[in-house]
Design a binder for this molecule. Structure first.
Ligand SMILES: Nc1ncnc2c1ncn2[C@@H]1O[C@H](COP(=O)(O)OP(=O)(O)O)[C@@H](O)[C@H]1O
Ligand SMILES: [Mg+2]
Length: 380
């Protein structure tokens, strides 16, 4: 189920935005234009599907801080809404803040939590939009496998999505399919490469088809690719970036260590000696050549601390990954955006800020207004 359209409203610098997605999506923009905010908005759906919505928003500073800080329409409540279209399905999550109780006038100690105000799953069928799940605050109804309308048996936990609270997934196959789809999306934002980072030191390893989000299991992930994955792609990716270099992963008593043989040096460089940029590039190799590709793979600003010479090789790696996954890359590196866009024929999306709000460059002001109208029609 590829993402066909993403709509975001009321989240950080995104007042309202609608974006059509293709197989390869390169999101470009100056610092502060809102690239990472878009990436984070998508990640919220993964968090929602795994019961980590409140925790994820708390790590971003809490719900009150992530709500759009600019003007809203008169009497419109502050809402953060993320909607995705996946084939004929459309899912939407809308959150606000915990209401302030004036009696007694004390702040809820959990005021950083989100409060899920509404949640929907629709399916397009024969030109009609059918509601498969509708949640209002703590109650929800959904259609079961036979199309029968069922009320959610218990009160919902108000700071988390219904996706994670589904007790009998087999009864609600479409909803559970959406939950599993979100949970399978993969996001890479920052690989830890400081001197104490796990990837720089020998580490107990298991066969690792999916690199950890911080790259901690890099050596095991690379060895897994060499054993059962795209060995040729990995060797080419290394040669493309570091001509003549060769990867060497050693295992001793179950602990894996990473070395790189470089032309001109009489001994291989250990992970402790490699530069941040080299290690990050190796992480990107492991992430993009995963033997278990995800349906959707997102990289946020992968150019961080990479030498400009590595941007085109990285672009080629992204294209290789796009054979198996829908890909999303936010970047401010022009050569990376160009390499990917030219070969994939998917034009980059340029973000700009207008009056503090992130917008797609060239989009007409009214272009994304259907989102609100839809919301208003539903009394949201
Ligand atoms: N709640 C908010 N309301 C409005 N703007 C916000 C909010 N939170 C963050 N921002 C803005 O978002 C911008 C950062 O967006 P970000 O996606 O990190 O940019 P980049 O394109 O550099 O990745 C900053 O300019 C910041 O002012
Ligand atoms: Mg950013």
């Amino acid at each position: 189920m590829p993402i066909q359209r993403l709509r975001i409203a009321g989240y950080r610098s995104v007042r309202q935005l609608s974006l059509e997605l293709g197989p390869v999506n390169v999101i470009v923009g100056a610092n502060g234009s809102g690239k990472t905010n878009l990436y984070r908005a998508l990640y919220l759906l993964v968090a929602a599907s795994e019961g980590r919505l409140a925790r994820t928003l708390a790590e971003e500073g809490g719900t009150p801080s992530v709500l759009w800080a600019g003007p809203r329409g008169a009497k419109k409540p502050a809402r953060l809404t993320v909607q995705v279209e996946l084939g004929e399905l459309s899912y939407e999550l809308s959150c606000g803040i915990v209401p302030f109780d004036p009696t007694p006038p004390i702040r809820d100690p959990f005021h950083l939590d989100p409060e899920v105000k509404s949640e929907h799953l629709w399916a397009w069928s024969g030109g009609r939009k059918v509601v498969l799940m509708e949640r209002k605050e703590r109650t929800a109804f959904m259609r079961d496998a036979d199309g029968k309308r069922v009320t959610f048996p218990t009160q919902l936990w108000n700071s988390e999505s219904v996706l994670d609270q589904l007790g009998e997934p087999h009864r609600f196959p479409r909803l559970s399919e959406v939950q599993r789809t979100f949970a399978a999306w993969r996001f890479y934002h920052h690989f830890r490469t400081d001197p104490d980072a796990a990837m720089r030191h020998p580490r107990v390893g298991v066969r690792t088809p999916v690199l950890a989000h911080d790259g901690a299991d890099l050596a095991a992930a690379l060895l897994t690719i060499l054993q059962i994955g795209d060995t040729r792609g990995l060797e080419q990716g290394i040669d493309d970036a570091f001509p003549g270099a060769r990867l060497d992963v050693r295992a001793s008593e179950g602990r894996f260590s990473l070395f790189l043989h470089m032309p001109g040096l009489s001994r291989p460089m250990a992970a402790t000696e490699l530069s941040d940029g080299t290690l990050r590039y190796l992480c990107l190799l492991a992430a993009l050549l995963s033997p278990r590709p995800p349906p959707f793979l997102a990289l946020n600003e992968p150019e961080t601390s990479l030498h400009p010479d590595l941007l085109e090789p990285l672009g080629r790696l992204v294209l290789r990954a796009a054979k198996y996954s829908q890909v999303w890359v936010t970047t401010h590196a022009e050569p990376l955006a160009r390499t990917v866009a030219e070969a994939s024929r998917c034009a980059p999306v340029y973000l700009v800020k207008r009056d503090g709000a992130t917008q797609v460059e060239g989009a007409l002001d009214g272009e994304s207004s259907d989102f609100t109208e839809e919301e208003e029609d539903r009394g949201g």
